[in-house]
Design a protein around this ligand. Structure first.
Ligand SMILES: Nc1ncnc2c1ncn2[C@@H]1O[C@H](COP(=O)(O)OP(=O)(O)OP(=O)(O)O)[C@@H](O)[C@H]1O
Length: 351
């Protein structure tokens, strides 16, 4: 498998070992065999088809994959916010040991924002245009507090949240139209972290921002982890941006995890040919920044091919890949993948 040299992780954001969770720490979130389906008139869309991973306290994990691979559906499922025609069809979402899947909606509502929060796609465009930023943070705090916290204390918390994302407290007095795109996105992050949740999911937080501002927003997310010890799941398309911002990267393909590895390993020695192609398709200097796509299209999630879902596009396809679903397992220390190339006995299965 070729190793790619572009966009190798190496920024201070991805290296600080003091920020990494202790190896013995218990996961704050354990996702086990999560399945989400959308029941449409034309068939069942298996948007998330059995994924499992652990998120450690204070860890930053990236989730990448082509459009339609199921990333936003994972985010919505973690928040228990899948709406009809969708439903969680199976699996467990263990947040600090409690399975969120069977919780009554009332109990789940008590956990949203307090324990697990999300910055949805396009959040900065849904800020209330006629409310000051600090009032929007206070609204979130009030929605989830016991009603006994004083207005003064709520305001202090709101200002603290603004400062934690690198915004001056005066920004709290402003309205959304007075803020730049990057500031608005940071205000959304402040709203999400105001309750000091253990887990924050940020769905494409930098799309629609220019490159410099993207970097600043990513730096803000890195700071959260360092200052508030929030575990972050960062959803996006941009492997280059992820390389500088996350500890581990999960690669999703057609509703499944193709690979999940520490960011350094994934760039140095990716396990899955799909990861390899994603890295290869990153713009390189000599190509003058042209994006080279991956040939072929992902399968329809309504009629999945047999065997490995990636086999029709895989440059390293073997016979076994056409018939047998590869197990998702740890092939190297901390490097998980679902690929027959790494199965010890794939040669035998092939014949
Ligand atoms: N409400 C819905 N009803 C039916 N199908 C849906 C619904 N929402 C999502 N899907 C389907 O589920 C699959 C996964 O969608 P999802 O939005 O989770 O992907 P994604 O990886 O987040 O894509 P993007 O990067 O474009 O946001 C897609 O095939 C999509 O068409």
């Amino acid at each position: 498998m070729s190793s790619a040299s572009t966009a190798a992780p190496g920024s201070s954001a991805s290296t600080g070992s003091s920020t990494n969770p202790a190896p013995s720490a218990r996961p704050v979130l354990s996702v086990r065999d999560l399945r989400v389906e959308y029941h449409t008139d034309t068939g069942v869309v298996r948007a998330v088809n059995g994924i499992s991973f652990d998120l450690m306290p204070g860890e930053r994990m990236g989730l990448v994959g082509e459009s339609g691979s199921g990333k936003s559906t994972v985010a919505l499922a973690l928040m228990r916010m899948i709406r009809r025609p969708g439903r969680i069809a199976g699996g467990q979402l263990l947040l600090d040991g409690t399975d969120l899947v069977p919780l009554p909606e009332r109990a789940m509502r008590a956990r949203r924002a307090r324990e697990i929060a999300m910055i949805p796609q396009g959040a900065m465009n849904s800020l209330n245009p006629v409310a000051r930023i600090e009032d929007q943070i206070i609204d979130t705090l009030e929605d989830h507090s016991d009603g006994r916290t004083s207005k003064r204390a709520l305001l202090d918390r709101a200002r603290e949240a603004l400062e934690s994302v690198g915004l001056r407290r005066e920004v709290g007095r402003m309205y959304p139209h007075e803020l730049s795109g990057g500031m608005k996105q940071r205000a959304c992050i402040a709203i999400a972290v105001a309750m000091r949740p253990k887990v924050v999911i940020a769905d494409e937080p930098t799309s629609a921002l220019d490159v410099v501002v993207q970097r600043q927003v990513m730096d803000t997310i890195v700071r959260l982890q360092q200052e508030l010890q929030v575990a972050v799941i960062l959803i996006g398309h941009d492997m280059g941006l992820m390389a500088q911002s996350v500890d581990r990267l999960a690669v999703m393909y057609a509703g499944k995890l193709a690979e999940l590895s520490p960011i350094r390993d994934i760039f140095a020695e990716p396990l899955h040919p799909y990861t390899d192609l994603l890295i290869e398709s990153l713009p390189k200097l000599e190509d003058r920044g042209t994006f080279r796509g991956i040939p072929g299209l992902p399968p329809s999630l309504k009629s999945l091919p047999p065997g490995c879902l990636f086999h029709p596009r895989c440059p390293r396809v073997m016979d076994v890949c056409r018939t047998t679903v590869p197990a998702y397992r740890e092939h190297r220390p901390n490097q998980f993948a679902a690929c027959h190339l790494h199965e010890e006995h794939h040669g035998e299965a092939d014949h």
